[in-house]
Write a protein that binds this ligand. Sequence first.
Ligand code: GLU
Length: 291
Amino acid sequence: MRIKIAAVAAVSALALAMTGCGKSDSGGSTPSVESKVSFEAGSTMETLNKAGSVKIGVKFDQPGLGYKDPAKGDTPQGFDIEVAKYVAAKLGIAADKIEWVEAVSANREPFLQNGTVDLVVATYSITDKRKQVVGQAGPYYVTGQQLLVKKNDNSIKGPENLTGKGVCSVDGSTSIKTVQEKYGAAPKPAGTYSECVTALLNGTVDAVTTDGPILLGYAAQHPDDLKVVGEPFSEERYGIGFKKDDKQMCEFLSKTIKDMIDDGSWKKAFNDTLGKGGAKAPEPPKVDACA
Ligand code: GLU
């Protein structure tokens, strides 16, 4: 199966390279904006469509997923960003009318609750606990937690080697909880994953843990110093966050994710972003029904 997926990914990457349409300025696929969309009167989608803009909370420091490179302008880049742009396009909103708001793991719920953002597309795992306070549609990507260590460290090969080790992860993430509760590591919480990476490079911590594709992005930034080790040891199902109890928004987002998968944009976005960083293209996920 793995071989088949890898082969398909390689063929599509080659096809994209040959046609020259694999890359836009944004580092991903550029969805065309729906010009004639109509939404139910009074729905959040109608309000956003009429306003012509949307505020989306994304990560700014995670290469391959949500990453803002000042040298490349105001638009962040990555797989989450491509998902966000696709959603905006389906709302009838062009990418340049998206207000990108930096979210970190701990402020995603409050940002949705207090209206700082309309949506969150920020490596945001769907969990029962989060669903008590916000809405989450998806998954649009399923991945798992791994470990990032120094390249010359052979003592940590998987989570079973973490007992007593200083492991950095981020406040408000599922990653810090898992490593603390299941593996007896000494957690070193930080505000962002890039702070964790700095601590690992400085030798202040022994490992950084979060979802594999996030770690691969950092390993690619420091190929001589860092490596990702072990198999995934959790299941992280990324969802799009919205305000709790907005059932219409849930239906809209779920359909939009399915459309993105069905029309090929999902695969293209993956290949143009995470795929370039070495992440294996998975089978597209099956989207949950809205409760
Ligand atoms: N996906 C996990 C979470 O939502 C870890 C990555 C992150 O902190 O954004 O908590």
